[in-house]
Design a protein around this ligand. Sequence first.
Ligand SMILES: [Fe+2]
Ligand SMILES: [Fe+2]
Length: 227
Amino acid sequence: MDAEWFGRYADPSLTPLELHAIQWLEGFYELEHLLVTRRWARCLRADASPALLFAALVHDAERHFPGGPSSTPSVPFDDPDYLFAHSLRSADVVEEFLRSEARVSDEAFIRQVRALVLRHEIGGGTEADVLQAADSLSFLEALSWLAAEWVRSGRYSKERSVEKLRWSLERIRVPEALVAGLPLYDHAVRELDTTSAVDGAERRRIAGDFRLLLGLTGEPSECGVTP
Ligand SMILES: [Fe+2]
Ligand SMILES: [Fe+2]
């Protein structure tokens, strides 16, 4: 099965800093989603800033580290308390990574990344709207298996999972992204009916294996410190 995934997200445009961040998030079940979000951001805006691309790549980072806010099945998907707590914690862990682990000293870059990560769920501003749209498209494309897993495990009913998919589509403000999202939404809803075919543990392993997804046989080289 791994052969069909090897190198699927190989991308020569990834910077040394971005490769460093991917290594930082090794094993995170959302790594595939993060790579696809960055790809959609580039697709929606060919002139996307380095900060937008980096924010796309790390926007959900806090979920990789224990202790974050939890969203229970009874809470709406658009619950501001959860979304704000999640976004703030992600911005904090990303800023700490940039300052400590990556030793980035470009204050303007750090502030721009932080502002975008803070707004990734709600949009607001040209680049934040692109990030929110890219996140939504990526959820529909690369995390539809998670929605199917929710149904299979009983965490959410099929109706609630459809609600999450619909919310991901409806919050998009970028017109061309909405057009791109419609077929992804239809496909993701259909995938909810194939729950017996989903091996959640295996899918999580694949989604977090950056070497597999990027087609790397060793460690990424030249992990630099600047964007
Ligand atoms: Fe998020
Ligand atoms: Fe996301």
